[in-house]
Design a protein around this ligand. Structure first.
Ligand SMILES: Nc1ccn([C@@H]2O[C@H](COP(=O)(O)OP(=O)(O)OP(=O)(O)O)[C@@H](O)[C@H]2O)c(=O)n1
Ligand SMILES: C[C@](O)(CO)[C@H](O)COP(=O)(O)O
Length: 393
């Protein structure tokens, strides 16, 4: 089933203040919209990306995303007065382009969306879903107030969630719901899930991410680490990991399952490539190492898929207002052969880190039958991460 992404970026950002719409402001030297788009561009399952922009924002848009050379990104569509209007106009543009399948609707104002969350949205809508949205349990007690500001009700918190984007929908169903609401003159829906509920569709939830903040008020930009002057400094981190072979029939390397006559001994899935890359990013951030954040003593990481570790470290770079420039990896083993899987590994790493494939390099070498890798006792990986971070945080 084809998957499209619809990024709404036509708002004026009145609550955020500042000069011009917030989606064009810089975080870590890059526009918010560019941050929001990158993990969608890194997701190979997405075949079409449409962006809805405000009237008169064409030059800002070109300045923000003009560097992106990806045929999946279509020409921007003019938005409407409200978010609901902008989504509807974006859906109509996708319909005009003959799209059918699933659509992920995302706010440009959520620049810290992770590749993992986009993957979860695609998985949640799956082959048969109608609507699925990311949700987080609320931690504050929520009250409903009356017009005078008096508390009218305290709903039980265990059934309350706050919801985010990307929200995933069956395209035809969402388009029909938007058209029906438009014909009925209803324009008060603050998210697309509410519109689907109104149209009578079930809406499923999947776990959202606390870091997937919506930039709404000026203080959100401060929390997001937007540097005042936008000065970024280059930082380089290195990572190294080894795992011993054991009985088994496959290994995980760079997020790809490779059939092999041995497995690896590990608490997680034992992916040395992703572990070395995670440590390289954490090194560049000076935020400890993989064991600091995902202790092997913690049962929740038993058998964990290591792309989660890399996505976490990449997210930390973005949360600190930074960007990943390049990831370079060397895998050391006599077998399995890495060459046939190189491109799949590059893709998987780019998706997990939320960067482009051309920002990832994979090299492999044997150790000429010397040492533990040469004796086929295990495999190793070395990684270098080049990132940029705001000068003063
Ligand atoms: N007419 C509109 C209004 C909003 N949006 C988009 O919807 C998302 C969520 O909206 P919000 O955070 O409310 O953004 P703004 O409308 O820009 O903010 P404000 O309400 O403070 O003006 C943003 O990515 C925004 O660009 C849009 O495409 N068209
Ligand atoms: C769609 C949304 O991001 C879900 O939390 C939110 O409802 C958008 O609200 P806004 O007032 O348009 O920012």
């Amino acid at each position: 089933m084809p998957v499209a992404a619809l990024i709404v970026a036509a708002g004026r950002g009145l609550r955020a203040g500042g000069d011009g719409p917030k989606q064009y402001r810089l975080i870590g030297g890059r526009p918010v919209l560019d941050h929001a788009l990158a993990p969608f561009l890194a997701q190979p399952a997405i075949s079409l990306i449409a962006v809805v922009i405000g009237a008169g924002d064409e030059t800002r848009y070109d300045g923000a995303v003009g560097h992106i050379a990806d045929a999946r990104l279509s020409s921007p569509t003019p938005g409407g007065e409200t978010r609901q209007d902008s989504v509807r106009l974006g859906l109509e543009a996708l319909a005009e382009a003959g799209f059918d399948g699933s659509v992920l609707v995302h706010d440009a104002a959520r620049p810290f969306v992770s590749a993992a969350l986009i993957g979860a949205a695609i998985e949640a809508i799956g082959a048969n879903g109608i609507a699925a949205i990311p949700a987080l349990p609320v931690t504050d007690t929520i009250k409903r107030i009356d017009v005078a500001g008096q508390i009218a009700e305290t709903p039980p918190r265990d059934r309350l969630v706050s919801v985010q984007t990307p929200q995933a929908f069956r395209f035809e169903a969402l388009l029909a719901a938007h058209r029906a609401a438009f014909s009925a003159g209803l324009d008060g829906f603050t998210d697309d899930a509410a519109l689907m509920e109104w149209a009578g569709h079930p809406v499923a939830t999947f776990p959202g991410e606390p870091a997937n903040l919506k930039l709404t008020h000026p203080e959100d930009f401060i929390r997001a680490g937007a540097p005042a002057a936008g000065n970024l400094v280059v930082r380089v981190g290195t990572g190294y990991d080894v795992h011993a072979f054991t009985d088994g029939d496959h290994v995980w390397l760079g997020g790809v399952r490779i059939a092999h006559d041995r497995g690896v001994l590990a608490h997680s899935d034992g992916d040395v490539a992703l572990h070395a890359l995670t440590d390289a990013l954490l090194g560049a951030l000076a935020e400890g190492d993989i064991g600091t954040h995902f202790p092997p003593s913690d049962p929740q990481w038993k058998g964990a898929a290591s792309h989660r570790f890399l996505s976490f470290a990449a997210q930390r770079v973005r949360q600190r207002g930074g960007r990943i420039d390049f990831l370079d990896l060397t895998i050391v083993c006599e077998a399995p052969k890495v060459g046939p899987h190189r491109e799949a590994i590059r893709q998987a790493i780019a998706v997990a880190a939320g960067i482009r494939v051309d920002q990832v390099a994979i090299k492999a070498t044997t150790s000429e039958k010397m040492g533990f890798t040469g004796r086929r006792e295990g495999l190793a990986a070395l990684a270098t991460a080049t990132i940029r971070l705001p000068e003063q945080e």
